[in-house]
Design a protein around this ligand. Structure first.
Ligand code: ZN
Length: 139
């Protein structure tokens, strides 16, 4: 593929789910589905709170807005609760973003930025991926 090992995708890092009520959704995934709950993080620049669950190598992240102008608040207003994005794991987020751009994928983030749990992340435009919002995650 002409892509080095570090910038290729190795697994689904996590699945992001938009929720309106973080406490109710956390109870559902923790108590009813019995997933391993890692805790809640706040991402102030994204204006979201994230409840993180571990499921093998993958995580489920519940995303709730902390402000009316949060991207998640806009998503909820448009589409309601549900699947928001999938995140593909890579060894080098910046290199993977560059590689995707070279292949004609529109980027929402040209430069990798910080995500939950000390990760480096960047988003690809859903217009380039047939309606799916894809995040690239480097752990
Ligand atoms: Zn994510």
């Amino acid at each position: 593929m002409g892509q080095d090992q570090d910038s290729s995708f190795s697994s689904i890092d996590h699945i992001g789910i938009a929720v309106a009520d973080l406490d109710a959704a956390t109870r559902l995934w923790r108590d009813t589905l019995s997933l391993s709950f890692k805790g809640i993080e706040e991402a102030p620049e994204q204006k979201v709170k994230i409840a993180i669950f571990e499921l093998g190598e993958t995580r489920i992240e519940l995303l709730a807005p902390t402000a009316a102008d949060s991207p998640i608040a806009k998503f909820l207003a448009r589409q309601g609760e549900g699947l928001h994005h999938i995140a593909l794991r890579t060894g080098d987020c910046q290199a993977a973003l560059g590689e995707m751009e070279k292949r004609g994928i529109l980027l929402l983030d040209k430069t990798a930025r910080s995500g939950a749990e000390g990760t480096h992340i960047g988003f690809l435009h859903p217009k380039s991926l047939r309606g799916v919002l894809v995040e690239i995650t480097e752990r």
